[in-house]
Design a protein around this ligand. Structure first.
Ligand code: NAD
Ligand code: IPM
Ligand code: MN
Length: 346
């Protein structure tokens, strides 16, 4: 089989710990993989004053996919690494789909009462390159009592349409064929209207998909009170960020939540990463759950057309979860990776 050129960005905090386990599981599949590790993040910034040099970005561009751990460190001003590394990669590589499954695996404890795995099975399609993340805005009279800080949400017809279209295509392939737009069009009238009109227009091409709308505040309530009402959700960058941490919590915790930053055109490599951050509170202690990274590896395999391998990894995680019921925290990061890798190897 062909060799996969994989760029690895372990990053900060628990990033390197969970990435090591993700790679261990990938190795257990016996594929031919050429890895290039990029030591970017807080230490690199302290040493060089740079976050992501152009030449490094260009090198990363030459890979088939990227596996990223997490970025962000208390010793670096907030935003320097998050914007300069993670968001720069998403924007430069045009990762306009941020795909975040929210799924309750059998055997996982949810804080919701009476909820079964079949009640929590959704795909959040988060727009990845626009919205409030675009960085538009500025500050006037900084540091004075009259400071004015603006942060504008950028929503283009092009960007919204390609995201909505991806979400409809995904919904049409799923058994329930339901798509919910999550926004706040009762207040954010310009952006919300563009999103709603785009959903209406694209819906005409997908007559078998059921379309629904939900304000984001109500959506957070339904995530807890009626998660089964959601199948595919399409939403903007910031709402998608927030509801997927909530999704992670209702589906058993942030240690299980995987994501793919996709460039569906294939013009640049897509990037796979756990939804969680660098968790400085537990970094270096071997306490991090690597499962989210392992499940992100499964999304990576799916993206590269290796569906059988992706299912093997997901099945190994599912079986591992069943076996470790009740002993959730009793295992180190490395032991968890070993257990899953062993299952994958068969
Ligand atoms: P966080 O996700 O890092 O941590 C939130 C809580 O979840 C913490 O209590 C942490 O210990 C726990 N947690 C996270 N991952 C876990 C895992 N795999 N296993 C067990 N527990 C886990 O979010 P935060 O505290 O808001 O942010 C910390 C830093 O990470 C900040 O610098 C932030 O900007 C950055 N961040 C980066 C990413 C990313 O790289 N994609 C995502 C979110 C936050
Ligand atoms: C995530 C993170 C990032 C985001 C931050 C670190 C830029 O929270 O991947 O969910 O907001 O997208
Ligand atoms: Mn987030």
């Amino acid at each position: 089989s062909r060799s996969i050129r994989l760029a690895v960005v372990p990053g900060d905090g628990i990033g390197p710990e969970v990435v090591a386990e993700g790679l261990k599981v990938l190795d257990a599949l016996g594929l031919t993989i050429e890895q290039t590790v990029y030591e970017l993040g807080a230490a690199y910034w302290h040493k060089t004053g740079e976050v992501l040099p152009d030449a490094t970005l260009e090198e990363i561009r030459g890979h088939d996919a990227i596996l990223l751990g997490a970025v962000g460190d208390p010793s670096v001003p907030s935003g320097v690494l998050e914007r300069g590394l993670l968001l720069k990669l998403r924007f430069e590589l045009d990762h306009y789909i941020n795909l975040r499954p929210v799924r309750l695996y059998p055997g996982v404890g949810t804080p919701l009462a009476g909820v079964r795995p079949e009640d929590i099975d959704m795909m959040v399609v988060r727009e990845g390159t626009e919205g409030l993340y675009a960085g538009a805005g500025g500050v006037l009279r900084k540091g004075t009592p009259h400071e004015i800080a603006t942060q504008e949400s950028i929503n283009t017809a092009f960007g919204v349409e390609r995201t909505v279209r991806y979400a409809f295509e995904l919904a049409a392939r799923r058994p329930r064929k339901k798509l919910t737009l999550v926004h706040k069009n009762n207040v954010l009238v310009y952006a919300g209207d563009l999103w709603a009109r785009t959903v209406d227009a694209v819906a005409k091409e997908f007559t078998d998909v059921d379309v629904d709308y939900c304000h984001v505040d109500a959506a957070t309530m339904y995530f807890v009170s009626q998660p089964a009402r959601f199948d595919v959700i399409v939403t903007d960058n910031l709402f998608g960020d927030i509801i997927t941490d909530l999704g992670a919590a209702v589906a058993g915790g942030i240690g299980l939540a995987a994501s793919g930053n996709l460039n569906p055109s294939g013009a640049a490599p897509s990037m796979f990463e756990p939804v969680h951050g660098s968790a400085p509170d537990i970094a270096g202690q071997g306490k991090a759950d690597p499962t989210a990274t392992v499940l992100s590896v499964a999304l990576l395999l799916d993206h590269l057309g290796l569906a059988d391998e992706a299912r093997r990894v997901e099945q190994a995680v599912a079986d591992d979860i069943i076996e470790r019921q009740g002993a959730w925290a009793a295992r180190s990061t490395r032991e968890a990776g070993d257990d899953i890798a062993e299952r994958v190897a068969g």
